[in-house]
Design a protein around this ligand. Structure first.
Ligand code: AMP
Length: 114
């Protein structure tokens, strides 16, 4: 199934530091962290990017991803301030074409992002 490195993490062909797993969602630490807490939250179902989101098909899994982000933010004690990011397309900074939410925290976030 799937062609990206995240599919291999889902299939446990590649190791990752998994911090949350349910039937539909997986979360693991980013290999190249941009903040003290940097977690990648993905649907197990392959959705290449947010542009492919379909309300009738994907609402539940996207809500579960956001719920996981909130749970993890509480667990990691960054719920007083954190950032959720979805990059879409090359110009949006997306490098892995399997939909994911970045959960970043543990330092002051700045705006605008680069
Ligand atoms: P994006 O640029 O939004 O597509 O984000 C992809 C993220 O996946 C980057 O922050 C990478 O550091 C991260 N990443 C790539 N490969 C791995 C891996 N094997 N394990 C954990 N994180 C990864």
């Amino acid at each position: 199934m799937g062609n990206t490195i995240f599919s291999k993490i889902i299939d446990k062909e590649i190791k990752a530091d998994i911090v949350f797993e349910s039937d539909k969602v997986l979360a693991f630490r980013d290999i190249n962290p941009q903040a003290p807490v940097h977690i990648i939250i993905i649907p197990k179902e392959e959705i290449p990017r947010i542009n492919n989101f379909e309300m009738t098909k994907h609402s539940e899994v996207l809500c579960e991803m956001i719920d996981a982000a909130n749970k993890l933010a509480r667990e990691m004690k960054i719920d007083d301030g954190f950032r959720l990011v979805i990059n879409s397309g090359d110009k949006g900074g997306q490098t892995v074409y399997h939909l994911h939410i970045h959960l970043l925290g543990g330092r002051q976030m700045n705006w605008p992002p680069g």
